[in-house]
Design a protein. Sequence first.
Length: 358
Amino acid sequence: MNESSEIRKPNSEDLKSLAAQIGITFQSDEEITVWSKLLVNNLAAFDVLAKLPDTYQTKLPCSTDPNYNNRKYTIPSVEENKNNAWFVRTHITLYPELANVDSDTPELPLLNKRIALKDNICLKDVPMLNGTGFMEGYICDEDATIVTRLLKAGAIIVGKANCEYMCFSGGSHTNKSGYVQNPHAPGYMSGGSSSGSAVLLGDPAAQVDMAIACDQGGSIRIPASWCGCYGMKPTHGLVPYTGIMSLESTVDHVGPCTKNVIDNCKLLQVIQGYDGFDPRSRPYPKDYTLEKTNYLEAIKLGIKGLKIGLVREGFELPNAETDVNELVRTTAKRLIEYGAAVVEEISIPEHKLGPVLL
């Protein structure tokens, strides 16, 4: 569409056809007339938007490199996708000439790390379904901010991982293509909504070094723990959500998902920081050093002297399981052996309201 064109107003036959596609039947011509009037203001607004200049300019690193635009993808076969964790396979890198280098550098901290993206993250020239059927045929025309940063850091994007339908499930059974199963317990769920991201890390045959998970609630924590890997959840405002399909802007977040804590720090180091677009975050003040935080150095500080609280209400939810509660309490108390000053229960009554408010 050019800037001078206008969106064509649907006539009565158009409305009938569109309604039929989603299972709606109009009862009379008068009803069609009412809907036509309701649509007028919305369509006028679309006309205005269509004529606005596109001021968004993607700043891609090495965008003139021919390898950057080598965005081929394949649909994995059933044999190579036994857990249904993959959506599509790719092999996208800015540095193919370094394919045989087995060590990273400060300039390329993720060199040749094979990374899978959750399928609600925009990857240019590659499809995105976000676990649904109605987005079939959609091809992304931009990279998410974190994709740009991963590639610049030397990573290889090896594919996109299946996720739950619109990322709105804590299970792993709502993806359009079927359920995503736990790599350690075939036939059982992996948790969600970032089901495929965690499964690919938990399955050695997938040959994935790191993954990106995102969205809200337990979407990173649950599948990561169930599949035996490490998921980082609290990144809201720290890691840009630009170019990622949103669920709810006040809780959207992007999380590194890795096989160990050190890799988690490396991945977070690369993808964090203000990008100039995401309204969830702001530029750091000049006297604030968060953007320069070295997470690899920070983990060397350990937990000596920390006071660790166990939220009592978290163990009192209706679906809580006694054996799981006891395992968490016992494991938490072991942190004292590693230097924690105190590990004790605390009470936050509002915690039980979390599922309702979410």
